[in-house]
Each structure stands twice: as C-alpha cells, then as structure tokens.
Design a protein around this ligand. Sequence first.
Ligand code: HEM
Length: 502
Amino acid sequence: MPYTVGLQTAAAAFLSAGLPIQFTFAIVSFLLIVFLLDAFQHDVPDTPKSLPRCSLLAIHPFFRKRFEFLNWGIYATGSTVFKFKLLRNTVVVVSGESARQAFFAAKELDLTEGFKILSGAIPMVKGVTSDLQSKRIALIHKRLAAVQREASLSQLIPVILEDIRKQMDSWDGAGTFDPFDKIYELLFQVTIRSLSCSEIADDPVLVSRLKVLYDKLETGTTPATVLLPWLPTPSMIKKLWATKEIYDIVVRAIDARQKSGVYKRDTLQMLLETGDDRLVVVGFIMGLIIAGARATGTTACWLSTYLGGHPEWRAKAAQEVSSLLAAHWSASSERESLSKRLAAIPLKAWETEAPVLDSLIRETTRVAQPHVAMRRNIGRDIYIDGKIIPTGSYVVYPFSDVHLDPELYSDPWKFDPGRQEPKEVPLSYIGWGAGKTTCLGTRLAKVELKLVTAMLVLGFRHSVVDADDQLRSLPTPNWNDTLLCRPNERFYLKYEKTDQYL
Ligand code: HEM
C-alpha cells in the first residue's frame, strides 16, 4: 500500500526534522483545522449572525483595534447582537438597551471566567493564580470591603496624601510631563499603598520595579498568550517570568512582616490578622493591584488632561476644594503643606460635599474608560434579544455602546461634566458597573482620584501642550487602546507650582 509507505516516509521525515519545523507544522495544522471547521459551520435560526469573514481574521482586530472592530461587526452584520470565533471559542457581542439590561442581570454570566480567556493579563500559574477558586475570590472581595470601611479608609487618607506629596516634590517647580508617565506613576504608588504594605510602598525602587512588571503583564498580552496559553511564545515566557517576580516580591514582604513581629497599620496587617490562607493574601495583593491601578491610573490621566484644557472646570474644582479646606482646616500661625491641610478634610466631606469632583469623575469615566465587559456563560443556555448564548460561550458588552451613544449624550466625545444625566433610560451610565457586577473598589478609587485632583488644582497651574510646548486642543481618547485610551498623537501637561503647594 503505497500511501502507508508515503505516510511512514512523511512521518519519519517529520520526526527527523528539527523542533522549529515540527512546531511550525503543528501551528499550521491547527490553523487549518480551525479554518475547515469554520467553513462547515451552519447557524441555526436563533443563533446570532456571524461576521462575514473567516474567524482567523477576527483575532488581530479584537485584541488590537477592539473599538473599531466591534463597531464594524454591528455595521457588517446589520445586527445589535452578533458572534464571531476566537479559535474554538464563540464570542457573542451584544449591544442596545434591552441587551445591556439582560447582560448585567444574567446570573449565568461569569466575570472571572470571561476575563480569564478574553483578557488574560495575569497568566494562570498552577499553585498561585489558577488556584484562586470562587470561595477564595469571594474572601478577597470581602477583605477589599474591609479596606474601604469608614475607619480604614479615613486612616488611609493622610498616608495617600503624603505619597502624592512625595511624588510631586520630585517634580521641578515648573515643566512639562506626559500624564501617562507622571500621573499614572502617582496612582500606581497610591494603589500599592492602599492595597499592600509599607515594606513595598515605602521603597521607591521596589514600586518602580512592580510598575515595570505589571506593565509587562498588560502590554505583553498578545492574541497568542490569551488564546494559546500553553504555547511557549517569547511573550508568554516574559509574562510568566514577570508574574513570578511579582509573586516573589509580595511573598518576601509578607515573610518580612511575619518575621519582624512588628505591628503596622496597613492593609497587609489587616489581611494577616484575619488568618486567611497565604493564597488569599497573595491573591488579594497581586490581583487587586492590576484591577485597581489601571482603571484609576487611566481615569486620573484623563481627568488631569481635561482639567488642563477646561480652565472653567479647573477653577470650579479649585473653588470646591478651597471651600472644603475653609470648613475643615483651622489655620494655625504656622503654614502647613497642602497635603497636611487636605488631610484635615474628613472622608465624609470628600464623599458628600464635593459635587464638582463627583461630576468630573463621572464624565471622565464616561468618555475615557474603554471598558468592554466580558463574561462566560457557565450556566444553561440563555437568550439575549432572542439570540442564543450557549453554555460555555463568551459574551461581551462594549461600554462605548451606551457611553458614546449620541442619543443619550449629545456630542458624546465632548467633555462636559455639566451635562444632564439621561435618567429615563435604564443603565445609561455604567462607569462603575451595573446589575450583579459593580466595582468593588469604587469607594477607594473615588477618594484616591479626589485627593490627586485636589493636590493638582490647588498646588499647580497647568495646561495641555504639544511636543513644541505650544498650547493645543484637547486630545480625543482612543478607545482602541484598551488600557489607557491613549491617542496616537503625543501631548503633555505644562505645569507650574503655586504658592499654595508648599
Ligand atoms: C476609576 C477607577 C475604577 C473604575 C472606573 C472601575 C470600574 C469597574 C467596572 C466598570 C467594573 C465592572 C466590570 C464589568 O462589569 O465587566 C469593575 C469591577 C471591579 N472592580 Fe473596579 N474600577 C475602578 C477601580 C477599582 C479599584 C481601585 C479596585 C480595587 C481596589 C477595583 C476592583 C474591582 C473588582 C474586584 C471588580 C470585580 C467585581 C466582581 O467580580 O463582581 N476597581 N470596576
């Protein structure tokens, strides 16, 4: 039988070929199978419409040009609910008012499982991240609630302000900087302070190292690291290495605290005193830093940019913070630093007497938070807008569908904190989540953003300039950049410290 001989020869040739050839052959075969399965697939009547092109072509734009890709999908299928494949995974994209409500209410849709495959910032490492089962995750969320209780959060305010002051002290009296460097760095420091321990937060070298490592995890997320996590690509190896280094830093800090026996009033102390197992403590610190730093960092970068381009809102914010100071800081004969004076404002006042700061944060999270909610259906088959979401499939809802809808927000790209809230439409603002999934770090995030903004508007004058130091119009957030909304053209904040800074 000549064909068996042929096969044997081919097999022998394959086995004697070098590893790179075998590897390439395996990948090509895999992609071919995906392609063939695609071609023979037929939709049943209540299946969402499929994208009119081969699924392999969806991978790159989903990861690299997500905003454009999802908008194009709605246009190309002429449907508010459509589906596409990411290799063997079915992803259903839903949009529109009724789909939004169904998406956020469905108990079958799981956030953790959705993010694991579609985002994949943290690689699943056996014994560390992959073992964080729902019971442990629930415990981590409970501890996060404890960090944000009145007493703990109040205690954090002066420490956070001191961190902000230290970073701002390192800036010259006047100059220009890229907000995605300096403001982001500030929020990273504050996040580490709030969610970990003084052993790390007091060590600037360790904090910068962690920032580099977390950046590696996020920017090193490629289609291959997410969809083929078992494939030892250079990006995956770098990500695993970064995860291990983060893990080592966190574990060393925990060991140092336990060995020293010294009591410190910080989040790590609270975690250790609860007696949770080590995986919960490590998972809390490693996981929440990634959840917290990126969203607050992006919001703070854009908020400071918008304030730089809207002097009227900057003045309103400065006025509001000055009034809070007037009400809560009793001036002594000696002048105190701005951070010390702001520390006298109680948590309650930040939360209930700062409507201008509230509307600034709300508008920034509407227009410059490029979130796409991701879920996996871990229950029975469900229907959204009459279309089936089978068990095991993934579902995504892009926040742009509601936050950039011109019917709800006229001139949606315009930053206008004074705009009327579209109250008559359900879930018309979902900046902090909705339904059964709301942000569990909201209280902390809002306080951090208010403290940074207060320091900026009273301690500085600032405006937005281009690379030639010329005043420029405000940039438009780039929603294709799923991390920072960073536009392609560079811009900077030009600043000068005021007498109030001290
Ligand atoms: C400006 C800052 C922030 C914004 C705009 C934000 C926004 C959100 C949104 C929209 C969700 C829901 C996601 C979805 O439905 O897919 C979410 C979930 C979550 N956020 Fe935040 N977040 C911020 C900061 C933080 C911080 C600082 C922490 C932690 C300290 C945090 C922890 C979480 C957690 C744990 C969840 C998942 C909740 C769950 O599993 O039910 N977030 N956040």
